[in-house]
Design a protein around this ligand. Sequence first.
Ligand code: SF4
Ligand code: SF4
Ligand code: SF4
Length: 244
Amino acid sequence: MKPYPKKTLGIYSLTCCEGCQFEILKDYDDFSQLLKYYDVRNFRLGQEENLPGPFDVSLVEGTPESKEEYTLLREIRKTSAIVIVIGSCAHLGGIQSERNSLPKKMTLAKDVVSIPEVINTDFIVPGCPISHKELFAFLMDIYWNKVPTLHDLAVCFECRQNENQCLLKEGKPCLGPITRGGCDSICVNGGEACYGCRGATDQADFAKMKEILKPIISDEDSTNMMTIYGDYECEWKRRTDEGK
Ligand code: SF4
Ligand code: SF4
Ligand code: SF4
């Protein structure tokens, strides 16, 4: 059988822990399957020789911090037919965006911004870290010219399927009701709350979430919880301003 013509792929990292890139290499059998369809031309973590675009698809993790990273990001957009942001840093600002809540006199650094705030992007693969299986399924859809779609049911849906005891019912905080599932409620399965690393569902009811958390934790703690991976309060305001 003739091999399929390969699409070209660039995998880039801006400021972050690089955990999403490591996730790509987590299972070499899965990665080697992907290599049958994609020619990885740029992947600093995975190979010595890296070429500049143009590429059919580029993946970007992390947030732009330096002037060089902003330039690289704009260059990636210019030279890539499709740009996919991977992980909560790239998608929402991620853990480092906690810096935005510090009083300005405590930091000289500028606010952390997510990648969609800087360039137009085509798709998001969420999570901290991403799931390599979800990413590879996305890439295979793109390879076959199908539009990839994200799971849009809340984490609670998978949590109920996994028959976990609901933390909210036990008087403990959890952001499962407003957070996009697709992670198989992995944190709750392990006894931890959902802190929202996959971002909000399209139907997220932020006001209701605040109301549910009110008797459980203080307003300050609920705001802190809702800003760990990105700013749910900002997202709430943006959607309200847009009349959603
Ligand atoms: S999303 Fe999480 S795992 Fe991925 S790069 Fe950011 S901090 Fe690391
Ligand atoms: S524990 Fe969290 S994710 Fe699970 S059902 Fe309750 S609120 Fe939803
Ligand atoms: S349960 Fe919540 S915090 Fe944990 S992986 Fe899923 S979306 Fe992220």
